[in-house]
Design a protein around this ligand. Structure first.
Ligand code: ADP
Ligand code: MG
Length: 725
């Protein structure tokens, strides 16, 4: 066994011994203790200031400076009590990760001493230089100042390490001209847009007491864990998050014995440890389980307001990464770290609730009588059909291309699953029939020990990218590594637009003498008729669906550049502009950043692939070739004839080596001819020409892996990374 692989394997045994049980603590006591939450504010702020801040948080009205002063100094004292020495505006730039620049609370006093200070201005606004963030052309580096502005709807929190603590203030990040340079600002704008449209619609339907609408979001995060020792031996995973080489493990997921299986002690210890940190940060993580692939897991918190859910998802990924390192694991969020077994997604459960807490996507006892529910459902159906390319673009990233379209994750074709009961209602409405009573009563389970369960005919389909699951939609095409800002911003905006469209239609019909209810019925029927094609309740993984979708005229944007190209369609630019979510300049900047990121990420993979093939895999193959050749020569010198079997193996190895060298040279030559003018052309060239050439390298390398003597192989193998921990 190659020395490094041997070392990685024996390291695991040490780690099992070293891992300490996470301390068991009273979760109700520690939950939220590092958050400047409502309880803390109530306790520490003067009553009038508390009321004003609350008003800002709920209604998102601006905060006046005098209030900010008091809040800042209170927040500072609270942070100091928790051991914080620094503060940072914590934001979500277009890199898709979070950003922070720490400042100490200290202010020199002239007498050689310092005091701690934190002003209202420091709380409300920051001016990080921040010139090196991608802006996609919105901001030139010579006028590089960006502004961070506090998002008071997401509470400040403290991040602790063993040796210190920092107060983090969730902020939005904008340019000089007020244009959004981040993922948070458009999300907040889209929440407002949706709230405004939905509120108007509710008023039109006769609701009186509702004041605003919240978007609620629950994110199921899938991930892989591998031992750190193996990770350190895999330059591909270090650089790109996934294995660029590796032949299948003898035992993969075929036995289905990992999904929901008993969670191994070392893993569950890690989960406990991470969860306790997350509880302290006020993140209500609830569910954890083994996923389908070996070494794959899931964590899911209870749903929260959309922007908070986004902040929390970023924290979940960051905390899990740090905690995994402590436990000798590498936490992988890449969508497809290992070929041949399932990849990871991030299911985004999304719904709207009104200011009284009523879920707008919860059907009444009889959905067919529930006008309000049908109106919102119809608006969503229209939104998803009309703007399917935008939803696809919002989940477009090179790593997610491995997942969408492979027969394990929702396909790249966006469609909606409604379930038979709701679908029957939609069909009846379109056909102009009065929807009859549905036959879904209760189903009886085959034992007297279990209660009768209401028949849930939603969520019986795991293949749909956008499924109704009883009281919410589940957008399943999101990649596990991705920032959730784009998909949520898109979803909120297109639904706001659809509601806006339906409001106009209803008002104009009601204006010409009809009552509102019949106007609503007419509009619902009309919209459903035009957009029913987006509904598909069958198996989304089949070739038949791909053909059927094509005949329905549904877009099938297979890869990231195809999807990103759609962001510039006039309809797309218009919908973001109309609702004040992104102006044309902001759309263009996101288009540029996404395309650039696509090619930059692929560049990393190309470089890693060429380098590892040349400096790790080929040398191992040469050594084995040498062993075989020497052995053949030795045998022949004794017996006088060339041993045929050894010769056969040598020929295979030699052919593999020839193929690999050829494939490496081909990719290099292709890369030299990269067109560098237009970003889209560049991305398309990578997708169509360079990526297939890189896949060829892997084909030959993986072929050699199963020929070359195991002891000579330099890279930890799939069967080790996936099964040993
Ligand atoms: P499953 O794996 O069956 O889809 P999970 O329990 O793993 O379900 O995750 C479901 C997620 O949906 C959780 O985050 C849950 O809080 C969230 N959720 C439940 N109701 C709503 C709702 N009304 N709006 C948004 N998210 C919701
Ligand atoms: Mg789940």
């Amino acid at each position: 066994m190659s020395a490094s692989r041997q070392k990685a394997k024996s390291g695991i045994i040490d780690r099992i011994v070293d891992t300490e049980l996470a301390e068991s603590e009273n979760i109700t006591k520690i939950f939220g203790e590092q958050v400047f939450n409502d309880r803390v504010m109530k306790e520490r702020l003067p009553e009038d200031i508390y009321e004003k801040l609350k008003k800002t948080m709920v209604e998102r009205t601006p905060l006046d400076t005098s209030v900010a002063e008091v809040v800042a100094s209170t927040m500072k004292n609270w942070a100091l009590d928790h051991g914080a020495t620094h503060f940072t505006h914590w934001f979500h730039p277009l890199t898709s990760s979070t950003a922070e620049k720490h400042d100490a609370f200290i202010v020199p006093k002239g007498d050689g001493q310092v005091i701690f200070q934190f002003s209202g201005k420091e709380l409300s606004q920051g001016e990080p230089d921040a010139s090196s963030f991608p802006s996609g052309g919105v901001r030139q580096t010579f006028e590089a100042r960006g502004y961070t502005a506090w998002d008071p709807t997401s509470p400040a929190f403290i991040r602790k390490t063993k040796l210190g603590a920092t107060l983090c203030i969730p902020t939005a990040f904008c340019s000089y001209t007020g244009e959004a340079l981040d993922k948070k600002t458009p999300l907040l704008r889209s929440q407002d847009a949706l709230s405004n449209s939905a509120l108007k619609m509710l008023k039109l339907l006769g609701s009186e007491e509702v004041t605003h609408i919240n978007t609620s979001v629950g994110l199921e995060q899938e991930y892989f864990l591998i031992d750190r020792g193996f990770y350190n031996q895999r330059p591909d995973v270090i650089a790109s998050g996934r294995t660029l080489f590796g032949s299948e493990s003898y035992k993969g997921q075929s036995l289905d014995d990992h999904y929901f299986g008993n969670i191994r002690e070392r893993v569950v210890n890690f989960m406990h440890d991470a969860e306790q940190t997350l509880y302290r940060l006020g993140i209500p993580v609830k569910t954890r389980h083994n996923e389908v692939a070996p070494a794959q897991y899931e964590i899911a918190p209870v749903f929260e307001a959309a922007n908070l859910a986004v902040d929390h998802n970023m924290l979940v990924m960051e905390v899990m990464t740090d905690t995994a390192a402590k436990h000798g694991f590498k936490f992988l969020t890449h969508e497809k770290p290992f070929a041949g077994i399932n990849g990871s997604g991030k299911h985004c459960n999304w719904s709207m609730s009104d200011s009284t807490g009523t879920n707008l996507l919860k059907p009444g006892a009889t959905p067919q009588d529930n006008l309000q529910f049908m109106v919102f459902l119809t608006a969503i159906i229209r939104a998803v059909d009309k703007h399917a390319p935008l939803l696809r673009a919002a989940v477009a990233l090179p790593s997610n291309d491995h997942r969408l379209g492979a027969n394990e994750a929702p396909p790249a074709i966006i469609s909606i699953f409604l379930g038979s009961e709701l679908n029957a209602i939609v069909e009846a409405i379109v056909a102009g029939k009065k929807p009859g009573k549905s036959d879904s009563g209760s189903i009886k389970l085959g034992t007297d020990y279990l209660p009768e369960l209401p028949k849930d005919n939603t969520d019986r389909n795991r293949t749909s990218p956008f499924a109704f699951t009883g009281n919410r939609f589940e957008f399943r095409a999101l990649g596990s590594s991705q920032h959730v800002g784009d998909p949520l911003t898109t979803l909120n905006t297109i639904v706001a637009d659809s509601l806006g469209y339906m409001i106009e239609q209803i008002e104009s019909k009601a204006g010409s003498g009809n009552d509102v209810e019949s106007a609503v019925n007419e509009v619902v029927k009309d919209v459903l008729t035009r957009h029913q094609r987006i509904i598909f309740n069958g198996d989304n993984y089949t070739d038949e669906w791909e053909k059927e979708a094509e005949s329905r005229g549904l877009p099938n944007l297979k890869a990231t550049p195809d999807a990103i190209a759609k962001m510039k369609d006039p309809e797309a630019v218009e919908v973001f502009g109309k609702y004040g979510v992104l102006n044309e300049n902001e759309v263009n900047s996101r288009y540029n950043v996404k395309l650039e990121k696509y090619t930059l990420k692929l560049d990393i993979e190309f470089k890693a692939s060429i380098d590892m093939a040349s400096t790790m895999i080929l040398p191992a193959a040469f050594k084995y070739q040498n062993t075989l050749a020497s052995s053949i020569a030795a045998a022949k010198s004794v017996t006088g004839t060339e041993p045929a079997a050894q010769r056969k193996v040598l020929d295979k190895v030699t052919a593999g080596i020839d193929g690999l060298v050829e494939a490496v040279d081909t990719l290099k030559a292709i890369l030299e001819k990269t067109p560098h003018g237009d970003e889209l052309e560049h991305a398309m060239y990578y997708k169509e020409t360079a990526l297939p050439a890189m896949n060829k390298i892997r084909e030959f390398a993986d072929g050699l892996e199963v020929l070359v003597e195991d002891e000579l192989w330099p890279l930890p193998k799939y069967r080790e990374m996936l099964l040993l921990m």
